[in-house]
Design a protein around this ligand. Structure first.
Ligand code: XMP
Length: 517
């Protein structure tokens, strides 16, 4: 079994390639990202169904700007150029790109000639699109029909349907471009002739077969963190090899209310997975005593985690032939660490890469071709508890980095109570999926005066940090309804002793990070 023929998204170095690859998959076509330095022969070796040239640096005339190998267009593989890729394509095929020095950036009106081709067929003659370019194509290559233009881009879309090639100056992958997904699917289905058959369901069957073949009759272990990635990876591997898999859950005592139970009870009930729980909360708390520096906290937690995991792994290895370790590595981790097929990228938080020499395992990474939303879809199909599948990302060091100051049992209890209120109210308002993450932070070293009943209080503030994001690289603060924020605030100050103030963080990332620490 193997993956279907991919659409290759050639990455020219800007941030667009991942989003394009995701949109292609949303169109139910399998995609992979490749670097622009990949020789055409290597691309062909992947037997691509089509190639998409992504956005990139601002000008094809910049010194050292990546060019497109003209050989690409002689392979017969369908090609779609976007933004920079569109200009590079125009230049390579003999069109004209004017070095104007003028920028067209942001929302722009596109004047389309829908009837002149396939790409924009049946779309309105005026379209709001997202642009980001300096140079512009002034003349399409011979054999190409021009189907749109804008104020700053005389040629904003072209196509040669017989040659199965097309391109657009705007970004069809971004939400600001209306009908962007239609434009992309017109290329994929109608110009490149690809059938929309990719689903995460196909992927489950393929991975189950692949894992079975690879693991044979050996034993496998997997560390569960409570998060969706490791939970889904383990469930997939369990489907492939059943009880040859043992999961290890190190409870570091820094999870939120109900999360340890979710792993120990609901997850096991849903999957039938064999689970070894290591209750290491005392050890973690003791090691964190007196520590306030966030980096020091992270180091201690990393170290203790490896110790606890290693102990459990050793015990399991003593009883059988454990050769494999499951990791929930996702496609963005693979791409960001520099390659689709390079060595495994191991997430730093649960850094089992730190295991000693005599405990080295081969990695099984059944999710390394998937994006987060696809992982969730797989989790749902495998029957995992909904709360787990839709759990917001949560840092490995857990609540320890959301307590600003020393971590103590009492402070953890305070923060857990406040966090549970915020999460419960968000869910009740039906806004879980609008929000990427919703850290609640305890400023344990700050006290301020308040008043409650007849008395003066001297309590701690908590910070609400709801954010919207696509990938945690950038984020904006979520504009939650005021009445929801009011409910959360009232409940926290009423129900959590020692908290007398609730404040809202209204900082985007950058400059703020998502976590406070
Ligand atoms: P920041 O706070 O840098 O976080 O904006 C970006 C994303 O990473 C998460 N995060 C972590 N995840 N281990 C993790 O697995 C960690 O040590 C860690 N620190 C931050 C954070 O929650 C956000 O999603």
């Amino acid at each position: 079994m193997s993956l279907p023929r991919p659409v290759l998204v050639v990455d020219f170095g800007a941030q667009y390639a991942q989003l394009i690859a995701r949109r292609v998959r949303e169109a139910r076509v399998y995609s992979e990202i490749v670097p622009h330095t990949m020789p055409v022969a290597d691309m062909l070796a992947k037997n691509p169904a089509a190639i998409i040239l992504s956005g990139g640096p601002s000008s094809v005339y910049e010194p050292g700007a990546p060019r497109v190998d003209v050989g690409l267009f002689e392979t017969g593989v369908p090609v779609f150029g976007i933004c920079y890729g569109f200009q590079a394509m125009a230049l390579a095929l003999g069109g004209t790109v004017a070095h104007t020095g003028q920028r067209e950036f942001g929302g722009t009106r596109l004047t389309a000639r829908p009837e002149a081709g396939v790409l924009l067929r049946d779309l309105p003659g005026e379209l709001p699109v997202w642009m980001s370019h300096g140079d512009c194509v002034t003349e399409a290559p011979t054999g190409f029909a021009v189907t749109a233009g804008s104020a700053g881009a005389p040629v904003a879309a072209f196509e040669d349907t017989a040659g199965r090639r097309a391109g657009v100056q705007f970004h069809p992958e971004v939400a600001h471009t209306e009908h962007g997904q239609t434009v992309l699917t017109r290329f994929l289905y109608d110009i490149a002739g690809i059938e929309p058959t990719w689903t995460t369901g196909n992927m489950i069957e393929e991975q189950v077969a692949a894992v079975r073949a690879r693991v044979g009759d050996k034993q496998v272990i997997c560390g569960l963190s409570g998060g969706v990635d490791s939970a889904v990876a383990a469930a997939l591997v369990h489907r492939a090899v059943g009880d040859q898999l043992t999961c290890v859950f190190v409870d570091h005592g820094l999870l939120r209310a109900g999360e340890a139970e979710q792993v120990e009870k609901d997850y096991v009930a849903a999957t039938g997975i064999r689970l070894k729980v290591v209750d290491a909360s005392e050890t973690f708390l003791a090691a964190l005593a007196g520590v306030t520096d966030p980096e020091a906290k992270r180091k201690i937690i990393g170290r203790e985690f490896i110790r606890a995991f290693e102990g459990a792994a050793r015990e399991l290895a003593a009883h059988g032939d454990v050769e494999f370790l499951v990791q929930g590595t996702l496609y963005p981790d693979v791409v960001e660490s520099g390659g689709g097929s390079g060595t495994a990228n191991i997430k730093s938080h649960h850094n089992v890469g730190g295991l000693p020499e005599d405990l080295q395992f081969h990695l099984v990474e059944p999710l390394r071709t998937l994006f987060k939303d696809e992982v969730r879809a797989v989790g749902a199909q495998l029957g995992l508890p909904e709360a787990m599948v839709w759990r917001h990302p949560f840092p490995g060091p857990g609540l320890a980095i959301r307590i600003i100051g020393e971590v103590t049992r009492e402070r953890l209890a305070l923060l857990r109570a406040a966090d549970l209120i915020a999460r419960t109210e968000l869910t009740a308002a039906g806004l879980d999926r609008e929000v990427w993450q919703f850290p609640v932070v305890l400023l344990a070293d700050v006290r301020s005066v308040g008043v409650q009943g007849d008395g003066r209080t001297y309590g701690h503030p908590v910070v609400l940090r709801p954010v919207a994001s696509e990938d945690a690289m950038t984020a904006d603060w979520s504009r939650l309804p005021y009445d929801l924020i009011a409910r959360i605030s009232t409940r926290i100050t009423n129900e959590v002793p020692e908290v007398n103030r609730v404040v809202l963080d209204v900082t985007s990332k950058p400059p703020g990070t998502i976590e406070w620490e």
